[in-house]
Structure formats: structure tokens, C-alpha cells
Ligand binder design. Structure first.
Ligand SMILES: NC(=O)c1ccc[n+]([C@@H]2O[C@H](COP(=O)([O-])OP(=O)(O)OC[C@H]3O[C@@H](n4cnc5c(N)ncnc54)[C@H](O)[C@@H]3O)[C@@H](O)[C@H]2O)c1
Length: 330
């Protein structure tokens, strides 16, 4: 039985709270919510004590795991507080974005670096909700790219609406590994989300291209990732479930596999439940969470490198250098 506490009495937090509470191998101990009205409602729904601060909850309860569903603008201080108290933590994405998830910047990596350092030294479990790893179509793409069905990988092409931005980056890094460098154009000095066009290169010579904007795409598969190999290419699309693998350099009709799931956002809803199960299994088996702190950090380093490149007219920016610079101050 994993004893856990939930931080948040609002939308996403309640959804995660219900998924963790409904899991057969968990016991919910408490809910934390600074808004007293939301706290009363959540505490009544789950039938557990409610606290208005993390300090108060830690003084009165002893959860092994804290499901901390607060916004990226205010995630790092409670994360550090919980790690200091010896708690494992599951949280949402991106790890840090003081101006919100559509405007993650290099300074956000510096803010988050001390928490990552603390987690690496703690021996605790920490993970992030890259729930798209539990979409069946992205698992098919991952399988085909990593188990050889595509042959030797040559190229990656992806695009996403910003609502799916952290996830598309995680998908690319999960399947292809952390790239060596990025070169990106876009104007981060403007207010609001800044449209970005990113070239990516991995140390094995593979190239990729990722475009992000909030101006198009949510009505037409809000994210698409295509990986092209010398034997075949695979493409996974959207929140509803679509995957196709076709022979490389082929005419129409050479489809090797086509998988489609009916029902709008069907994979999306299910993926949260599958992630919850993955987190609880990892607690019980003493394994890293399905997407751990390294995955969270790699997304942030990628975003920081893109930001640095955009501020320098598309200059090539090495991720290892951005990582080292952010960690230096930690
Ligand atoms: N994985 C996905 O597909 C997906 C989809 C939608 C949203 N998200 C992510 O989910 C997150 C949702 O966060 P949010 O905007 O609901 O967070 P929020 O900051 O509004 O916090 C949620 C609630 O927790 C309370 N709270 C926050 N910090 C607290 C603290 N230290 N102590 C006590 N109470 C505290 C707030 O009062 C609030 O009611 C975002 O980061 C978003 O990116 C992920």
C-alpha cells in the first residue's frame, strides 16, 4: 500500500487525486490546498483530513509519496521542501516555467537545477507526468524506432500546438535520446507564446526538425512525430490514437501497419490512469518512475537551449553546455 498525499483541490489535481485514490494499492492520507473553499470540497470528496500548507501536512501526516499538482510557475519551492522531508514526488510538466509553459526560458533551468541536484543526491523517487508515453500510438513509434523496424534512423520531423509542447519534446527525447545541439529561430522578446522552428542534431549524425506554435494545429492532430529510417518510416499523431508505418521510399499502398483508435481524446484520458499505475508499480518495485527527474531535466535543458539559440539568431547551442551552465549555480 503506498500512502500518499495530494497537493491541489483544483481540476488537474482532482483528476490525478481520483486516479491515485482509485488504484487498488494506494491509501490517500491527506489533501493540501491553500484555498480553504477548495480544500473543504476536496477533503469531503476523498474523506481525508485537509491542510492549507505543506508544512502543516508534513507535521501531522507521513506519506511516502506526494502527488503535487501545482503549476510550473510555482513548482520548485514545494518540490525542494518535500524532498528535504524525505518524500517521493510525482508532479506535472514542465518542471519549471516562471512565465508559463509556453514561454520556458534558460533562466527556468537555473531555477530548477538545485531541485534536480537535491533529488539526484536524495535516493528518493521523483517523476513527471509525461503521460503521452502511455499513448499506444506513441508506444508503437517508440517500439519501431528502438527495436529496428524502421532500420537505421535518418531523420525526425515533428510539430505541435503549444498545448502539447512539453510532451512533444519528451516524445522526441524519450525515443531518440538527448540531442547534441539545437539551432532555433523565433522571437522570445515578444509577449505571449513565441512560435519556434527548431533544427536538432544528435551525436550519431541524425537530424530532426520540430516546429511549435499556438497559431495552428489544435484542430488537426495537435502533435505529430514522424521518424524516418532507411527501411521504413513511422508517424504517430494526436490525442485520439493514430499510427502508421510505411516502407521507406515507397509509393502509396506500401503501408506496413495502420492503427487507429475511435473516440475523441480516447488515448488521452486512459494515459493518465496508465501513468498512475506505472508510478505505483515503481513505488512497490523500488524502480524509477516511468518518466523520472532526468526526463524532466532533459526537457528543460532542451527548452533552455532553444531559448538561447532564438536569442542568438539561430546559433548552434550544445545542450551539454546549457546543462553545465545551469548546474554551475545549483
Ligand atoms: N499532462 C497533461 O496532459 C496536462 C494537461 C493539462 C495541464 N497539465 C499541467 O497541470 C498543471 C496544473 O496545475 P494548476 O494550474 O492546476 O496548478 P495551480 O498552481 O493552480 O495549483 C493547483 C491548486 O493547488 C493549490 N496550491 C498550489 N501550490 C500550493 C501550495 N504550495 N500549498 C497549498 N496549495 C497549493 C492552488 O491553490 C490551486 O488551487 C500545469 O502545470 C499544467 O501544465 C498537464
Amino acid at each position: 500500500m503506498t500512502k500518499f498525499a495530494l497537493i491541489s483541490g483544483r481540476g488537474m489535481g482532482l483528476m490525478h487525486g481520483r486516479n491515485f485514490n482509485n488504484h487498488p494499492d494506494t491509501e490517500m492520507l491527506a489533501v493540501v490546498e491553500m484555498d480553504e473553499k477548495l480544500l473543504a470540497t476536496a477533503s469531503a470528496e476523498f474523506g481525508v483530513p485537509g491542510y492549507t500548507s505543506v508544512e502543516e501536512m508534513l507535521a501531522k501526516q507521513d506519506p511516502e509519496l506526494v502527488v503535487m499538482i501545482v503549476n510550473e510557475t510555482r513548482r520548485i519551492p514545494p518540490l525542494k521542501q518535500l524532498l528535504s522531508a524525505g518524500k517521493s514526488v510525482f508532479t506535472e510538466k514542465p518542471l519549471c516555467g516562471l512565465e508559463g509553459q509556453f514561454r520556458v526560458q534558460e533562466s527556468d533551468a537555473s531555477v530548477a537545477a538545485p531541485a534536480i541536484k537535491q533529488w539526484r543526491e536524495s535516493g528518493l523517487k521523483f517523476g513527471i507526468d509525461y503521460n503521452y508515453r502511455f499513448f499506444q500510438h506513441f508506444q508503437m513509434l517508440n517500439r519501431d524506432a528502438t527495436e529496428g523496424a524502421l532500420g537505421e534512423i535518418k531523420f525526425l520531423r515533428a510539430r505541435a500546438h503549444f498545448n502539447c509542447w512539453s510532451h512533444v519534446i519528451d516524445q522526441i527525447l524519450w525515443t531518440m535520446g538527448r540531442p547534441e545541439w539545437v539551432s532555433a529561430v523565433g522571437d522570445p522578446s515578444k509577449d505571449g507564446p513565441w512560435t519556434r522552428s527548431i533544427r536538432i542534431r544528435w551525436s550519431n549524425g541524425v537530424y530532426g526538425q520540430l516546429d511549435g506554435t499556438n497559431l495552428w494545429g489544435y484542430d488537426d492532430h495537435p502533435l505529430r512525430v514522424m521518424i524516418v529510417g532507411d527501411k521504413a518510416y513511422g508517424e504517430a499523431r494526436g490525442l485520439d490514437g493514430w499510427y502508421r508505418r510505411s516502407k521507406a521510399d515507397s509509393w502509396p499502398g506500401n503501408v506496413e501497419e495502420l492503427w487507429e483508435k475511435a473516440g475523441e481524446r480516447a488515448e488521452y484520458e486512459d494515459s493518465f490512469v496508465r501513468m498512475t499505475d506505472g508510478v505505483i508499480k515503481a513505488m512497490h518495485e523500488d524502480k524509477p518512475f516511468p518518466a523520472d527527474g532526468e526526463a524532466a531535466w532533459n526537457e528543460l535543458v532542451f527548452e533552455a537551449a532553444v531559448h538561447r539559440s532564438c536569442r542568438n539568431d539561430g546559433a548552434i547551442v550544445k545542450l551539454d553546455e546549457v546543462d553545465a551552465d545551469a548546474m554551475q549555480s545549483a
